[in-house]
Design a protein around this ligand. Structure first.
Ligand code: C5P
Length: 239
């Protein structure tokens, strides 16, 4: 497998073609952004930490029956994936109130929700990823009602699996974002799952161990991402 020309550079990853048309090469970058890319910083080791966390979590989800675009890790900062026809939605699952939910409804921080909820956002940097409801998804032709039901079911199944995996590492999964698409006609989990896209708090102290420390400038991103990776690795034997 050879890495060929660069296809695109996103906020935290760079994508390359390979000599196999069914394989893309992803490089995780030492870069963190907030405010939809308006604040950008170079952070040493971030690419390696997120790639390793993402590979560990995707391998775990695959072992538990989730279809994904993931093939394998190739280096500390790189992995191989299959090209996917992406659905332009950000699918957010919440277990506890935080972030935009807490701001919007003036709830208490980490207030438990009576059941996990799914929220959809239209993936568009130009529009700042606006909230989108089911009817809007359908009339814009992003997904049919049946596809949307399948997307939500997949997101909630992933939530159950991630909640139990993070609990093994003494972490509470507050909320997370996934992206999905089609691979050979099958709905699959794509993109990334890492502390960039999840909110995690320590089960005992409720300290944030995710990108909120960068967003709110309350701690060192590398230290908390390393803590997440180490805890996941140390609890891996239990699976
Ligand atoms: O900001 P908000 O509370 O809506 O975020 C919900 C979850 O989705 C958080 O875990 C956050 O990290 C993730 N998210 C993301 N990318 C975005 C927006 C939110 O990964 N563009």
């Amino acid at each position: 497998m050879r890495k060929l020309e660069e296809l695109k550079t996103g906020k935290a990853k760079r994508l390359y073609n390979t000599d196999d048309a069914t394989v893309l090469w992803v490089e995780y970058l030492d870069q963190a952004t907030a405010l939809n890319g308006k604040r950008k910083e170079k952070i040493a080791s971030k690419g390696a930490l997120n790639n390793q966390i993402d590979c560990l979590l995707f391998n775990y989800l695959i072992q538990n029956g989730i279809a994904t675009d993931f093939i394998r890790q190739v280096s500390a900062t790189e992995q191989l994936i299959h090209p996917v026809k992406m659905i332009p939605l950000e699918v957010v699952v919440r277990n506890l109130a935080s972030g935009s939910f807490q701001r919007k409804f003036a709830t208490t921080y980490l207030q438990p929700l009576s059941r996990p909820i799914v929220e959809l956002f239209y993936k568009s940097d130009a529009l700042d990823d606006p909230f989108i409801n089911d009817d809007q998804v359908e009339v814009l032709g992003l997904a049919s009602a049946a596809e949307l039901a399948a997307i939500k079911q997949l997101a909630l199944k992933i939530n159950q699996l991630l909640q139990s995996r993070f609990a093994q590492a003494n972490l509470t999964l507050v909320d997370f974002k996934i992206e999905v698409g089609y691979l050979a006609g099958q709905l699959v989990l794509a993109d990334e799952i890492s502390p960039d896209s999840c909110r995690l708090v320590d089960q005992t102290t409720q300290a944030s161990l995710d990108k909120d420390v960068f967003r709110k400038q309350t701690g060192d991103l590398t230290t908390v991402y390393q803590e997440v990776l180490t805890r996941l690795q140390n609890s891996e034997v239990a699976h």
